[in-house]
Design a protein around this ligand. Sequence first.
Ligand code: SAH
Ligand code: SF4
Ligand code: F3S
Length: 479
Amino acid sequence: MKENKKDWILPDLKSAQKRTNNDIPIERLVFDLPETVRDMGKQRKYYLRTYGCQANERDGETIAGILQAMGYTLAMTPEEADFILLNTCAVRKNAEDRVFGEIGHLKHLKITNPDLILGVCGCMPQEEEVVDTILKTYPHVDLVFGTHNIHRLPQLLYQVSMSRERTIEVFSKEGEVIENLPVQRFGKHKAWVNIMYGCDKFCTYCIVPYTRGKERSRLPEDILAEISELKDRGFKEITLLGQNVNAYGKDLKDELNFAKLLAFAAQTGIDRIRFTTSHPWDFTDEMIDVIASFKNIMPFIHLPVQSGNSDILKIMGRRYTIEEYKSLFVKLKERIKDCAFSTDIIVGFPNETQEQFQQTLDIVDFCQFDNAFTFIYSPREGTPAAKMVDNVPKDVKKKRLALLNSKVSEYALKNNQAYIGKTVEVLVDGPSKKNPMIFSGYTQTQKLVNFKADHAESGQMVDVKITDCKTWFLIGEKV
Ligand code: SAH
Ligand code: SF4
Ligand code: F3S
């Protein structure tokens, strides 16, 4: 590949950190591909691997939609692909290491197929040092673009394949709301629906506000039209997505907030509605009322606590104390019948003491979460926490994580045991690969169920009697 450096647009941390009060443009793209680009993918195959959170999964569906509009078809393995794209996550170093490992691993495919194009997109390219590393160490990466450049994929891909020029385009900006991009949904009865993009919370450890831009809401009419269309196509479950859904609507002119949007979404009549992520800060009573009053809003809340110690929460910039978290949790549990809860927890934040960590174990005892995603703190360049001196040794952090995980598993098992003997509604995903008499699906409370049945259709709601359980799933029989 040639290198035409003057055409590159590289990431810029300063611009990514900036927030203004400027209005957020809503771009309604007429996604009409020029003839040249439209046929580019004919006879060509793409392979897409997505890492990270649901926002990235949903972006992957847009990328797939664009590529299919260009005539590309899906390759089952990287070996048979003409275009390989890694849609990456930057949230922790180990997520990035995996991607760099994969980039290295894919290099040999360029020898057998010199026309192969290898691309990296998603959150990692939004970081200056990642793009530096790719430029210096991975010359076989042909295309790099960021989270704000997805709609530019046809042009970028055309440039790489026609001019054989290494192409880098990463906008660092607050971003806009882009409507009307094509989408290839990966699920048949469950779908992600973006309600907003970006994050303005700036938790001190977190890179997401820099990789995803400013908090910006889609218009309610666009969201509701999408939900209704999904319902008409037979989708049973939607998950409303935002880094912090509680902030929905704050940037819009109308008197609109997340509670109202959630109620409108429920009124479409779609069977199941979920949402993620709701921040414990700003979780309003109005939201709780709406969740409690609509049967099709699922009784499952992901409520990241991050730490059980108020001083650590303060340094993390989380905007709540552990007492406030607890009282919110108690209120939710009282008002939303049979609600299940999951959380995110970081151990080994800079200078976390043994006592502070003990308080994290205590909050797990208090809330008895159904599930928890637990992480060792990972310094992210450009974030305030990355500048803090840290006196906690790595092996101490690892021990804390192991202790925490065993406590989390204990409660997961205990909560599952309480289901034994009950009959629950399950949305069927499909039969097990190993045994056609065993099916799997999820309860309203987002518990995985493996159950026996003579027959069950993917996308069907069935009643399942729970007979047994393991830590991470329930076992039952269709009634
Ligand atoms: N917007 C979501 C979270 C997105 S990131 C929210 O606020 O809940 C998902 C989780 O990754 C976070 O909740 C946090 O627990 C974890 N995380 C984020 N940055 C991290 C870091 N630097 N080190 C370790 N874990 C991190
Ligand atoms: Fe990151 Fe905090 Fe925003 Fe979540 S709310 S994405 S943890 S900055
Ligand atoms: Fe990762 Fe980006 Fe999501 S950093 S967690 S893929 S927003």
